[in-house]
Design a binder for this molecule. Structure first.
Ligand SMILES: CC(C)(COP(=O)(O)OP(=O)(O)OC[C@H]1O[C@@H](n2cnc3c(N)ncnc32)[C@H](O)[C@@H]1O)[C@@H](O)C(=O)NCCC(=O)NCCS
Ligand SMILES: Nc1ncnc2c1ncn2[C@@H]1O[C@H](COP(=O)(O)OP(=O)(O)OP(=O)(O)O)[C@@H](O)[C@H]1O
Length: 208
């Protein structure tokens, strides 16, 4: 089974693209959502986050206080690095377990969606990487439309914590252009065909 990563900067359209793959029957692991799940459910991680960032990390009802964490982490590089250092290994472990279950279900390939793929080192768990590309101005507009609570300053701060799109393009095996100039669906269908073939080919070809 081929493991394909799909990354791209904030607002590039990873989730939209992943919804298309999911419609084709491809299992998709959403690292952003799972990161929040493990931060809520993993008792050891909860204790580490409380020890590192204080009791405000969790609200009185036990829910993750995302606004507090976002405000703290996206404005302080050391705190963000500490948060990443605690959360990313747990997400890596969670993904490995999920991927094993998918393999047993006999899928030709699976997708892992993550904003941070090269930054977190999680690309090493994957066979191929797709970058979803859109220019920064368009990404900012999309996020401001999507996230009513974020300002342009917030979005710019998050962008500054992510690897540049140029670097992601250099490091990716495939690019999906979601820049309002090219149709997305034909690009997804072409990759689906290629990955289905690769995922069902002998292991030697997949490993390359
Ligand atoms: C700080 C948190 C709680 C803020 O949650 P919130 O719901 O406000 O934002 P959300 O998760 O939707 O993130 C918005 C966007 O910011 C970007 N982003 C998220 N985490 C990070 C990070 N650690 N570094 C850089 N960019 C990030 C992504 O593009 C993401 O889609 C949350 O982002 C988080 O837990 N981040 C740490 C875990 C992580 O790195 N997740 C990303 C993939 S594993
Ligand atoms: N081609 C498109 N045309 C119109 N709107 C789009 C297009 N692609 C994405 N969007 C919209 O832009 C916003 C950002 O897209 P999406 O949530 O998929 O980005 P993302 O890369 O997953 O972002 P994040 O890193 O924040 O999770 C969403 O509201 C989405 O509906």
């Amino acid at each position: 089974m081929l493991k394909v990563g799909i990354t791209g900067g904030i607002g590039s359209g990873k989730s939209v693209v992943c919804r298309l793959f999911a419609l084709l029957g491809v299992p998709v692991y959403d690292a952003d959502t799972r990161a929040k799940w493990v931060m809520h459910h993993d008792a050891i991680l909860r204790s580490s986050l409380l020890a590192a960032f204080g009791s405000e990390v969790y609200a009185a009802n036990g829910e993750l206080n995302r606004t507090y964490l976002a405000g703290m982490a996206f404005s302080n590089p050391e705190k963000l690095a500490r948060l990443n250092g605690l959360v990313h290994p747990r997400v890596g472990h969670d993904f490995a377990q999920w991927a094993t279950a998918q393999q047993q279900a006999g899928h030709a390939y699976i997708l892992k969606e993550a904003a941070l793929m090269f930054e977190s080192g999680s690309w090493q768990q994957l066979d191929r990487i797709i970058t979803v590309y859109a220019p920064q101005e368009l990404r900012q507009q999309r996020v401001l439309r999507r996230d009513a609570h974020r300002t342009l300053t917030d979005v710019t701060a998050i962008i500054s914590k992510q690897l540049s799109e140029e670097e992601k393009l250099k490091r990716a095996d495939f690019v999906i252009y979601n820049n309002d100039e090219q149709l997305v669906l034909p690009q997804v269908l072409a990759l689906h065909e290629a990955f289905t073939a690769l995922g069902t080919a002998p292991a030697a070809r997949v490993a390359q």
